[in-house]
Design a protein around this ligand. Structure first.
Ligand code: GLY
Length: 330
């Protein structure tokens, strides 16, 4: 049974996914302020993506410039990185947890507030596509672990070993000390989060990661958590996050940024406020990185991070560039 029909007929409307219904009520009650929708002509289509993932952003742009919709664009865009074995933070070739298993987290969200998510998914190269299937083919939002994997096979996804020769060797090396530490901006920890607006002016987003390298088995970060690693609202804009997921979850970072934009802040101001809220809870701490990226319905973009080094890539008819963002610490 498809989601809409199921929710209409089922008591799950009240039980299921409390946070999603809370978020939805915020959406209908607070109309965006005029200041969000500036009078300039909106830039569309447009796509932005965390870090310098040029191939992924260019793939999404290709979908958009041919008239494709934002949801297809973000899915196909982030799939590029999921399939890229040399990217050791996302999809196949992602570094494993401390037990040697590669476990993937991803989510996707569309213009109508529909969303799908998978966590702790093993043996599947494209978690974002499984997340989309969860969104479109089930009454649920989030599937985890073995259940998510079984669902993926039922949907026709193939089983594949996600460890590569390189990540297997690195893991063997890591086992010698088993020391766990995150390194700022070093690729043991980052995420691809992508936001797109299509030529109709509709927005969608996707986020996918293998999470922290050598994480405790079972750990899930912010990336697949709607509102934390990703949130879009077709009335306002969207936001996504990269970095230490625990800190993003504590502030429900992406939802916070979208709500700040709804109140009239620019994407840049909203991202700055998001990072400042995190730093307020972590006074004096300098040992982690967070980067936020946001876009409003006008196609204005912004980003902000804890430490210098976070960049985002943007594609529109104005060209494409990799943008370095300002940071809390210099
Ligand atoms: N931001 C990705 C993670 O913490 O897993």
């Amino acid at each position: 049974m498809k989601r809409r029909k199921f929710l209409k007929n089922s008591s799950l409307t009240t039980v299921g996914i409390v946070s999603a219904s809370a978020l939805a009520s915020c959406k209908t009650e607070n109309k965006p302020q005029e200041t969000v929708m500036a009078s300039t002509k909106p830039i569309k289509p447009i796509v932005v993506c965390t870090w310098n993932f040029g191939n992924a952003t260019s793939k999404a742009w290709d979908v958009l410039r041919k008239g494709g919709n934002a949801l297809d664009a973000v899915e196909q865009g982030v799939m590029v990185e999921e399939a890229d074995e040399t990217n050791e933070t996302v999809g196949k070739g992602g570094r494993p947890d401390r037990d040697g298993n590669v476990t993937l987290d991803a989510c996707i969200m569309d213009k109508d507030g529909n969303c799908g998510s998978v966590v702790y998914l093993q043996n599947i190269v494209h978690p974002v596509s499984v997340a989309r299937k969860v969104m479109e083919e089930t009454p649920h939002i989030l599937l985890a672990g073995k259940g998510a994997e079984k669902f993926a096979y039922e949907q026709g996804f193939k089983k594949e070993d996600l460890l590569t020769e390189s990540t297997r060797k690195q893991y063997q090396e890591w086992l010698k000390t088993s020391k766990y530490e995150t390194t700022i901006n070093i690729e043991n920890h980052d995420t691809i989060g992508m936001l797109a607006i299509d030529e109709n002016g509709d927005i969608a987003g996707a986020c996918t990661t293998s999470g922290m390298a050598y994480k405790v088995a079972g750990r899930v970060g912010d990336s697949p958590i709607i509102g934390a690693g990703l949130y879009v609202d077709n009335e306002v804009g969207g936001a996504t996050a990269t970095g230490v997921g625990e800190e993003v979850i504590r502030t429900v970072g992406s939802f916070l940024i979208v709500e700040l934009m709804r109140q009239g802040k620019s994407p840049q101001e909203a991202c700055e406020e998001g990072v400042k809220r995190i730093m307020k809870k972590n006074e004096g701490r300098e040992d982690f990185q967070i980067g936020f990226l946001a876009i409003n319905k006008n196609g204005e973009t912004g980003g902000y991070c804890v430490h210098p080094g976070f960049t985002y890539r943007e594609y529109s008819e104005n060209g494409h560039e990799n943008r370095e963002v300002k940071s809390f610490y210099n």
